[in-house]
Design a protein around this ligand. Structure first.
Ligand code: APR
Length: 245
């Protein structure tokens, strides 16, 4: 926990500058300043108002596909208005940092990040729920609702995101795990660090000897692993941490 930001930012900056193989593990808090809702923030997080199992699980989708697709339509319209914030841009300027994100929005990509691993998929496309292989980009400002797969007609279309109870994309997971094992520094930004297996990457990096720097608006489950913990907004702190002096 930091008392004086300037002092702890200087110490964290020194650690970042001496890092040879940095990575960043990010969550919804990175995109929150862009107006994209988080999940567990008290009061306005999605899961404080909705049951995640009803909106982000295969069971919930089978039970009420119309409700699920309406929820994704609302999130997609919110994201269509969003622009990358100073935190995304600060990360994108550091081409040496591999980005591992739990976020399904495209803000890191639009900020210019090209070394991006999306652990929980990508909300800008839909795929056949029945795995016929049909995938289509969606119009985020005019998102589709519940519909059958136009290719096979047997199953419905659903977002190309990882729902609770579904396996993470295997190639993304193995790349993320290898990155966490081999990095010498992990920036942990805007995540409550409570969803596994993604959150395990912080422990993997820490156990491999990496320096852990947390940037979050509050302490989290990962706080005990932090070598440096900066409490505040990623939009404000990341540029101060990452800009070249
Ligand atoms: N700057 C830094 N941190 C912030 C900011 C901000 N501007 N705003 C919010 N936060 C912090 C919150 O305090 C919280 O600790 O970001 C964290 C967001 O946590 P969650 O809402 O739990 O989001 P996340 O950790 O990304 O969730 C992981 O859960 O529901 C699933 O698949 C979903 O990928 C998501 C996963």
């Amino acid at each position: 926990m930091t008392s004086d930001h300037a002092e702890s930012i200087a110490a964290a900056r020194t650690a970042i500058q001496s890092s040879r193989n940095p990575c960043c593990f990010s969550g919804a808090g990175l995109s929150a300043p862009s107006g994209v809702g988080t999940f567990r923030d008290p009061g306005d997080g999605w899961w404080s108002r909705h049951d995640p199992m009803k909106l982000a699980s295969p069971e919930g989708f089978s039970e009420d596909p119309e409700l699920v697709m309406k929820w994704y339509a609302a999130r997609r319209e919110q994201m269509a208005q969003a622009r990358p914030n100073a935190g995304h841009l600060a990360l994108a300027n550091r081409k040496d940092i591999v980005q591992i994100t739990q976020n399904t929005d495209d803000l890191l990509e639009r900020a210019g990040c090209d070394r991006l691993v999306q652990l929980h998929g990508d909300i800008t496309s839909d795929r056949c729920h029945g795995h016929c292989g049909h995938v289509e980009r969606v119009d985020m400002s005019n998102p589709p609702l519940d519909r059958m797969c136009p290719a096979c007609g047997d199953e419905r279309m659903r977002p190309t995101v990882t729902w609770f109870g579904e396996a993470l994309p295997s190639s993304a997971w193995s790349l993320a795990e290898q990155t966490a094992r081999e990095c010498d520094l992990m920036l942990v930004v805007g995540t409550s660090a409570v969803v596994y297996p993604a959150a395990a990457l912080i422990e993997v990096a820490s156990r491999s000897g990496a320096t852990i720097i947390i940037v979050n608006s509050e302490a989290t489950a990962a706080s005990p692993l932090a070598d440096h913990e900066l409490i505040g907004s990623a939009e404000e702190l990341l540029p101060r941490l990452l800009e070249s002096s």
